[in-house]
Every structure is written in structure tokens, then in C-alpha cells.
Write a protein that binds this ligand. Structure first.
Ligand SMILES: NC(=O)c1ccc[n+]([C@@H]2O[C@H](COP(=O)([O-])OP(=O)(O)OC[C@H]3O[C@@H](n4cnc5c(N)ncnc54)[C@H](OP(=O)(O)O)[C@@H]3O)[C@@H](O)[C@H]2O)c1
Length: 261
């Protein structure tokens, strides 16, 4: 993405705000960014925090943008498409991060002079460690693909996937932080019961997670094999894992993550 690429984030709440912060920290020029929210107070907050331009008018924000990120909730997408459709620059690309909104839904609401794409980011984008699943409509030009990819790469990794894979993969990538925070909270609580102060517990747990992630990324062994390296036969670690297995924690995770919700 070159420095002249104008980017609009339409609907800058939890996820849009995380993408905005991660992208700016990753080198996106604040002067090239326009943001919107429904409430003027939210717009003011974003402008003050990040030095971007902001408005509550989606059409105005989208007008000169080469990349328009739709970060409103899925139910608001049809309205926002209606607001911006007549105001987009030829050759712009509109990327929706809304769960369950298909390329076909986007295509149906926009003129043929713009391209459409779907992205499923993760809140870890806020700290530059996100992973965004990207799907472009067929026929999307390289220049537009590159601009979108470069934008999302500012806040983490990007993986291009088929549209049918978005739902299954996002359970892990977008939903992933929720499960790790769940485990982290339980581990910090256990440490507190053992008398470890919560700040120290949090630091130890965060580093254990970061270390495990680095290990998993570097090694080709299966996670169970890596775990076996940590859990010596007859040791405390293996007994604690046996306790979790007895309570069917792994089965509960698998059930929760495979269930249609
Ligand atoms: N949260 C996640 O982890 C996550 C992950 C991946 C994808 N997503 C997707 O991201 C989208 C937003 O989710 P979220 O969690 O960020 O929700 P959110 O915190 O409620 O943010 C929605 C934002 O959209 C704004 N908004 C609503 N209607 C608008 C409109 N008509 N025009 C302009 N702005 C409007 C809201 O403005 P106000 O603040 O003024 O009300 C708010 O800032 C959803 O489609 C969701 O599927 C979320």
C-alpha cells in the first residue's frame, strides 16, 4: 500500500478501533485515514486519540478512499452499503469484516466500478499480532488485493482463504483470544489460591502463553508431543493434565468449538 492510499474505517467500535490502532502503530499514516461511528462522541474520541479525520457521515468518509473497511455490525451493513454506494471512487475496494456477510451480499449492494472483499480479523490486531482471513471476489485486480493485504498486514498476519473456509477458520483465529483469556483467567485464579499475587500471576501466565506460542510456531511436533516434553512421567505436570482429562476439559473444548451456535 503506498502512502497515497486513503483508507476509511466505517464503524469504529471494538474491532474497528483495534484495527485502526494496530494499523497506525504498524505505520499507517494517520493523515490518510477517515473513521466513522454512529455517535459523534465516539468520533471525537477517535480523532483525539489517533489524529485521524472523523465524521458520522459514512458517505463523506468513503468518498475519496481507495480502501473502505466496513466494521459495523452485520445488521447495519445493508444500510451502510446504501449510504456509500453512490459515493465511492472508481477502482476502490470495499472490505467487510462483518460476520456472516457474504461477497454476494456486498456485490448486490455496490456498483460494478468497485471491488469487494471479506476479512475476518482478530482483536489481537490492536497489539500488532492479529491474523486476518481475507477473501477477494473473483476478478479483483492485483492493485486492489495488494492494497487490502498491505493494510491488514500492518496489524498482523494475513491469510487468503476460500470464502467457504471463513466460518470454520474464524472459530480459531478471531475467536481464539477468547479461549486463551479464559484459560489465562483460570490459571491466574489458581495461582492466587496458591498465594501468588495476581499481577505476578498474570505476568507468568502471559509469558507461558507467549513461550508456548513461539514453540508451537517453530517446531513441527504435534502439541501433545510438546506437552509430553513438559510433563515428565510421574511428575506434577502429568498429574494435573490427568486431572483435567478426568473432568473432560479437552472434550468440552472440542464440543464448544465444533457446535453450531
Ligand atoms: N469483536 C470482535 O472480536 C470481532 C472480530 C471479527 C469481526 N468482527 C466484526 O466486526 C464488526 C463490529 O463488531 P464490534 O465488536 O466492533 O462491534 P461494536 O463495538 O458495537 O462496534 C460497532 C461500531 O459501529 C458503529 N456503527 C454502528 N452503526 C453505524 C452506522 N450506521 N454508521 C457508522 N457507524 C456505525 C458504532 O458506533 P457507536 O460507537 O457510535 O455506537 C460502533 O463504533 C461486526 O460486524 C463483527 O462481526 C468483530
Amino acid at each position: 500500500m503506498d502512502d497515497k492510499t486513503m483508507v476509511a474505517f466505517l464503524g469504529t467500535g471494538t474491532m474497528g478501533g483495534a484495527l485502526l490502532k494496530g494499523s497506525l502503530d504498524g505505520g499507517l499514516d494517520a493523515g490518510s485515514v477517515r473513521v466513522t461511528a454512529r455517535r459523534q462522541s465516539r468520533v471525537d474520541e477517535l480523532v483525539a486519540a489517533h489524529g485521524v479525520r472523523g465524521t458520522t457521515d459514512n458517505a463523506e468518509a468513503a468518498t475519496h478512499a481507495s480502501v473502505v473497511v466496513l466494521a459495523v455490525g452485520p445488521a447495519s451493513i445493508p444500510d451502510v452499503l446504501g449510504e456509500i454506494a453512490g459515493h465511492l471512487t472508481d477502482g476502490a475496494v470495499v472490505v467487510s469484516i462483518a460476520d456472516g456477510i457474504s461477497l454476494e451480499d456486498l456485490r448486490g449492494g455496490l456498483p460494478g466500478t468497485v471491488s469487494v472483499a471479506r476479512a475476518m480479523p482478530s482483536l489481537a490486531a490492536e497489539v500488532g499480532s492479529g491474523l486476518t482471513l481475507l477473501t477477494f471476489e473473483r476478478g479483483c485486480a492485483d492493485e486492489q488485493r495488494n492494497a487490502v493485504t498491505a493494510l491488514f498486514e500492518r496489524s498482523g498476519e494475513v491469510l487468503e482463504v476460500d470464502e467457504e473456509q471463513q466460518a470454520d477458520l474464524s472459530v480459531l483465529s478471531s475467536g481464539g483470544p477468547a479461549y486463551f483469556f479464559y484459560v489465562a483467567a483460570a490459571m491466574i485464579e489458581a495461582a492466587a489460591i496458591r498465594g501468588v499475587n495476581r499481577d505476578l500471576g498474570r505476568r507468568l501466565v502471559a509469558q507461558a502463553m507467549a513461550g508456548s506460542a513461539a514453540w508451537l510456531q517453530r517446531e513441527s511436533e504435534a502439541p501433545d508431543e510438546l506437552r509430553a516434553r513438559v510433563c515428565a512421567p510421574g511428575g506434577a505436570g502429568i498429574s494435573r493434565i490427568a486431572e483435567l482429562d478426568e473432568r473432560a476439559v479437552r472434550a468440552a473444548f472440542i464440543d464448544a468449538l465444533t457446535k453450531d451456535v
